[in-house]
Design a protein around this ligand. Structure first.
Ligand SMILES: [Zn+2]
Length: 69
């Protein structure tokens, strides 16, 4: 139990904004960035189908995926 688990200054930066990651939110620096990454992952992985939010029919879909960063 003498070896340090994480060496100092070796913490990877936040993949979203590049700021030093928070230990509690690693690898993100904040919940905001973690949420952004989650949103990206979901939208990038697949288009979320009309789950149980509307169940009315086909939602209006954009002909082109917007690039927001
Ligand atoms: Zn961040």
């Amino acid at each position: 139990m003498s070896a340090a688990r994480t060496p100092r200054g070796a913490a990877p930066p936040c993949p979203i904004c590049g700021k030093p990651a928070a230990p509690a939110l690693a690898p993100f620096c904040s919940e905001r960035c973690a949420d952004i990454d989650l949103g990206r992952w979901l939208s990038d992985r697949y288009v979320i189908p009309a789950a149980d939010e509307d169940g009315d029919g086909a939602p209006p879909r954009d002909p082109e995926p917007d690039r927001k960063s």
